[in-house]
Design a binder for this molecule. Structure first.
Ligand code: AMP
Ligand code: GLY
Length: 423
């Protein structure tokens, strides 16, 4: 089968890496891809938010499967656009349709979904600029810290957690009235603060109530050691998560995973693709912090390498509505990944730095996140490369990743030395 992966990050490199391991993969294209994916297939230049452009490529290259990596094309309705061509009726598209992608595209939509299906989450209310005064009064009824969330997509920056009530009221105004996050904050969800440790779980669903549960992961979002400093896209990840034991797994499946998968069917939300459950383990059990309608990055770089079942078989079963019949095989070892980033990230940073020391490492796979292909691989983004290794435990896995990281260098290179510190 011919496969087209949309996206350019470590997630897409890790997915591509798994896809080419399948004997069923004939040709792989990645749009736009990166310096890592260029070694696995053909990088092609496409506007991945334009369904018409993607559809033309699919037809010209007899593509059988399109894997939509990031959220933007999903929320923009690229899946729907592809399916508007009658000749693409049988195309396998991994990623929900626009109506279902609203689970990530709108926090308010996601909260209403959770309320409807009794899925545990933080108490909340939603406000607009016309209800600013009510929103400020609602803040008064809560205890610090205050959680303010821009309703729409804000590149991972739309959540504010604020200690001071006056500052929270001011920020609410900034978001609603002064469009702090543009249109994304024309509605703001104010939420109860939940204390606990965060982790994520992933499923692939066929939209008919069937799903394959994938391994869980914990990611490290802050730039600084000890989870300090600014939020990033993710600085590292570990899978499995040791505290996610059988009891917690059963509870999570029963209270969160099943009601979500069945809720999609009940609400007629057309969803064939990966579901990312962002969870927090509170003293009252796990609660949903957010849904994403795609795999996480860098969680993919630990979750997908552990997958032993042929990923193309999973995609085909997803398309045929038979995912419930598949047993997913997973490598029981621990996978850990450490992200190397550009100097200055998540603030401003320079690109185009030559990366020295890249080679095949025994026991470590380097997934490119922000690199340019070429004779000399150079940096092209804030997050540059994820170093993934396996071990009997996280320490063994991380030791391998850190050893490989020491051999690679570019100007300004930075990475966290303490991934997994809290596990
Ligand atoms: P989100 O974009 O919804 O994932 O939020 C970003 C981050 O903010 C999460 O990963 C959490 O660390 C934090 N967060 C979001 N909502 C809450 C909440 N209700 N209580 C505590 N922390 C939260
Ligand atoms: N690592 C978090 C995300 O992909 O949203």
């Amino acid at each position: 089968m011919n496969v087209l992966v949309l996206g350019s990050g470590g997630r897409e490199h890790a997915l591509s890496h798994k896809i080419v391991q399948s004997t069923k993969c004939e040709k792989l294209f990645i749009a736009p891809g990166n310096g890592g994916t260029a070694a696995l297939g053909e990088n092609v230049s496409l506007d991945i938010e334009s369904a018409a452009e993607v559809a033309a490529f699919v037809k010209a290259h007899a593509i059988d499967i399109v894997v939509i990596g990031p959220e933007a094309p999903l929320v923009a309705g690229v899946h729907d656009g592809l399916k508007s061509f009658p000749e693409l009726e049988n195309l396998v598209v991994v990623g929900p349709r626009q109506a279902a992608a609203e689970l990530e595209g709108s926090k308010d939509f996601a909260k209403e979904f959770m309320m409807r299906h009794n899925i545990p989450t933080a108490a909340y209310q939603t406000f607009t600029k016309d209800t600013l005064a009510e929103g400020q009064a609602f803040l008064e009824t809560l205890e610090a810290p205050y959680v303010l969330k821009a309703d729409g997509l804000a590149a991972g920056k739309g959540v504010l957690i604020i200690e001071d009530i006056d500052e929270a009221k001011e920020e609410l105004k900034n978001m609603l009235v002064d469009a702090k996050f543009g249109d994304a904050s024309s509605r703001v969800v104010i939420e109860e603060f939940l204390a606990g440790i965060e982790f994520s779980i992933f499923a692939l669903t066929d939209g008919k109530g069937g799903y394959a549960l994938l391994p869980e992961a914990k990611d490290y979002k802050r730039i600084g050691e000890g989870d300090t400093g600014l939020n990033t896209g993710g600085m590292g990840a570990v899978s499995p998560v040791p505290f996610f034991d059988e009891t917690l797994r059963e509870h999570t499946v029963r209270e969160i995973i099943e009601p979500t998968i069945q809720g999609l069917v009940k609400d007629n939300l057309p969803y064939q693709g990966f579901v990312f459950f962002g969870l927090i383990n509170t003293t009252k059990g796990p609660k949903v912090i957010e849904y994403n309608v795609r795999m996480g990055d860098p969680e993919t770089e630990v979750v997908i390498p552990r997958l032993e079942t042929d990923i193309i078989d999973l995609f085909v079963a997803m398309h045929n509505g038979t995912l419930g019949e598949i047993n997913v095989a997973v490598n029981p070892q621990t996978a850990a990944t450490v992200m190397a980033v550009s100097g200055g990230y998540p603030g401003s940073y320079e690109k185009g730095k030559v990366i020295a020391g890249l080679r095949e490492f025994e026991g470590t796979t380097v997934y490119h996140a922000g690199t340019n292909p070429g004779e000399q691989i150079t940096t092209s983004g804030g997050r540059v490369m994820a170093f993934t290794s396996f071990g009997a435990d996280k320490d063994e896995a991380l030791a391998k990743s850190y050893a490989a990281l020491k051999e690679v260098s570019y100007e300004g290179m930075n990475y966290r030395k303490d991934i997994g510190f809290d596990l």
